[in-house]
Design a protein around this ligand. Structure first.
Ligand SMILES: Nc1ncnc2c1ncn2[C@@H]1O[C@H](COP(=O)(O)OP(=O)(O)OP(=O)(O)O)[C@@H](O)[C@H]1O
Length: 254
């Protein structure tokens, strides 16, 4: 379980996140949505300890994240950031195996179970056919799937994904989220595509200018009256396959 309690992040004087609280249950997937610059990535960075918090606390399974060592934190949280280093000189298989580093002590060689976990993660994300290809030679979508494979190979109990569907074609967008939703993990996923959030997330948290504007089931959060003032665009809502489906109209803003 992830619990964030009034997290505040500042870059300089202005707060990028202002007392943001949320809870994600085991096995559940929470979507973090909101306009550009609303603080979504900053929230993930605050959980990961990649930015200093100006206030608040964050817990994974009851343990305060800021007091854990980097290794202890990595055993709990696996992450895929928005843009990851593209200068990686490794093959896909080697890159995915890096997710197992946290399970090794010092310079110990990888064990059979590390290779098995990496192979399973590559199969699950459909990059097993690319195992020997250089990471730098991958397309944007292939690279994204390899990064997700690396995070899955880590076998942490919680997963943080920053726009994991970026660069993915429509089929893989759905496949990746279907896959992630089916994992018995506690997942926070930043999504720009509100229709993907509606379909795959158990809960949605809407951020606006660093604050939580709405939170709850997609059905309750992803409504025209909630979304229109935040995104300042007209929103119409339909139902497709039992999930809310939104259409946007720049001229329709109320
Ligand atoms: N390293 C930084 N230094 C200064 N300001 C920053 C830094 N990183 C983010 N910000 C600012 O903090 C605010 C929140 O940024 P953040 O990247 O968390 O938003 P976001 O919701 O993830 O945006 P996007 O949807 O565009 O990725 C923005 O105003 C941004 O300009």
């Amino acid at each position: 379980m992830i619990t964030a309690d009034e997290i505040t992040v500042r870059y300089g004087r202005s707060p990028a996140l202002d007392r943001v609280s949320l809870a994600v249950a085991d096995g559940a997937m929470t979507g973090l949505v909101g306009p550009n610059g609303s603080g979504k990535s900053s929230f993930l960075r605050a959980l990961l300890g990649a930015v200093d918090r100006a206030g608040g606390k964050a817990f994974a399974d009851g343990d305060e994240l800021s007091v854990l060592s980097a290794r202890q934190r990595a055993l709990r949280l696996a992450a895929v950031a928005q843009s990851e280093d593209s200068g990686n000189p490794l093959t896909v298989a080697e890159s995915v195996l890096l997710g197992r580093s946290v399970h090794r002590r010092g310079w110990e060689p990888y064990r059979a179970e590390d290779r098995a976990a990496a192979a399973e993660a590559m199969r699950a994300t459909g990059v097993d056919g690319l195992a020997d290809k250089a990471f730098t030679a991958l397309s944007g979508g292939e690279r994204q799937r390899a990064l997700i494979a690396r995070a899955l190979a880590q076998r942490s109990t919680h997963l943080l994904l920053d726009e994991p569907t970026n660069h993915l074609d429509v089929r893989f967008q759905h496949e990746v989220l279907e896959l992630v939703r089916g994992l018995p993990l506690c997942t926070v996923v930043v999504l720009h595509d509100l229709n993907l959030a509606a379909r795959y997330c158990d809960e949605v948290v809407l951020l606006d200018r660093g604050r939580v504007t709405a939170a709850g089931k997609p059905d309750h959060v992803l409504t025209p009256p909630v979304l229109e003032p935040v995104y300042r665009i007209g929103v119409r809502r339909f139902t497709v396959d039992g999930a809310p489906h939104l259409a946007f109209s720049p001229r329709g803003v109320r």
